[in-house]
Design a binder for this molecule. Sequence first.
Ligand code: F3S
Length: 72
Amino acid sequence: MAEQNGVKVVVDRDKCMGHAICAQVAPDLMDLDDLGYNITEDLELPADQAVQAHRAADSCPEGAIRILQVGE
Ligand code: F3S
Protein backbone atom coordinates (compact mmCIF):
# COMPACT_ATOMS: atom_id res chain seq x y z
CA MET A 1 0.00 0.00 0.00
CA ALA A 2 1.31 3.44 -0.89
CA GLU A 3 2.25 5.65 2.00
CA GLN A 4 -0.27 8.40 2.68
CA ASN A 5 0.65 11.90 3.74
CA GLY A 6 -0.36 13.28 7.09
CA VAL A 7 -2.50 16.35 7.61
CA LYS A 8 -2.33 19.53 9.61
CA VAL A 9 -5.41 20.76 11.47
CA VAL A 10 -5.75 24.51 11.92
CA VAL A 11 -8.61 26.01 13.91
CA ASP A 12 -9.65 29.60 13.27
CA ARG A 13 -10.77 30.72 16.72
CA ASP A 14 -12.28 33.91 15.31
CA LYS A 15 -14.73 31.81 13.27
CA CYS A 16 -15.59 29.34 16.04
CA MET A 17 -19.04 30.00 17.51
CA GLY A 18 -18.93 27.22 20.08
CA HIS A 19 -21.23 24.72 18.36
CA ALA A 20 -19.03 21.90 19.71
CA ILE A 21 -20.10 19.46 17.00
CA CYS A 22 -16.46 18.95 16.06
CA ALA A 23 -15.70 17.55 19.50
CA GLN A 24 -18.57 15.06 19.24
CA VAL A 25 -17.29 13.89 15.87
CA ALA A 26 -13.60 13.79 16.84
CA PRO A 27 -13.30 13.86 20.64
CA ASP A 28 -9.69 12.66 20.51
CA LEU A 29 -8.62 15.60 18.37
CA MET A 30 -10.61 18.63 19.42
CA ASP A 31 -10.06 20.59 22.63
CA LEU A 32 -12.85 22.87 23.81
CA ASP A 33 -12.84 25.43 26.57
CA ASP A 34 -15.45 25.53 29.35
CA LEU A 35 -17.84 27.46 27.11
CA GLY A 36 -17.51 25.01 24.22
CA TYR A 37 -15.21 27.06 22.05
CA ASN A 38 -12.51 25.27 20.14
CA ILE A 39 -9.05 25.94 21.60
CA THR A 40 -7.20 23.21 19.70
CA GLU A 41 -3.63 24.19 18.89
CA ASP A 42 -2.35 23.44 15.40
CA LEU A 43 -2.12 19.67 15.06
CA GLU A 44 -0.03 17.52 12.78
CA LEU A 45 -1.55 14.11 12.41
CA PRO A 46 -0.50 10.91 10.70
CA ALA A 47 -2.48 9.76 7.71
CA ASP A 48 -4.48 7.25 9.70
CA GLN A 49 -6.13 10.11 11.60
CA ALA A 50 -6.84 12.18 8.51
CA VAL A 51 -10.35 10.82 8.03
CA GLN A 52 -11.32 11.80 11.56
CA ALA A 53 -9.81 15.25 11.05
CA HIS A 54 -11.79 15.76 7.85
CA ARG A 55 -14.98 14.64 9.59
CA ALA A 56 -14.40 17.24 12.30
CA ALA A 57 -13.79 19.94 9.71
CA ASP A 58 -16.85 18.95 7.69
CA SER A 59 -19.01 18.99 10.82
CA CYS A 60 -18.34 22.63 11.66
CA PRO A 61 -21.11 24.89 10.34
CA GLU A 62 -18.81 27.90 10.59
CA GLY A 63 -15.98 26.41 8.54
CA ALA A 64 -13.62 27.13 11.41
CA ILE A 65 -11.49 24.01 10.96
CA ARG A 66 -9.09 23.72 8.03
CA ILE A 67 -7.21 20.62 6.97
CA LEU A 68 -3.93 21.09 5.16
CA GLN A 69 -1.95 18.36 3.48
CA VAL A 70 1.49 17.76 4.96
CA GLY A 71 4.55 16.60 3.11
CA GLU A 72 3.46 17.06 -0.48
FE1 F3S B 1 -16.33 25.77 16.99
FE2 F3S B 1 -17.14 24.66 14.80
FE3 F3S B 1 -16.30 23.16 16.73
S1 F3S B 1 -18.05 26.43 15.73
S2 F3S B 1 -16.66 24.29 18.61
S3 F3S B 1 -15.08 24.61 15.61
S4 F3S B 1 -18.08 22.77 15.46
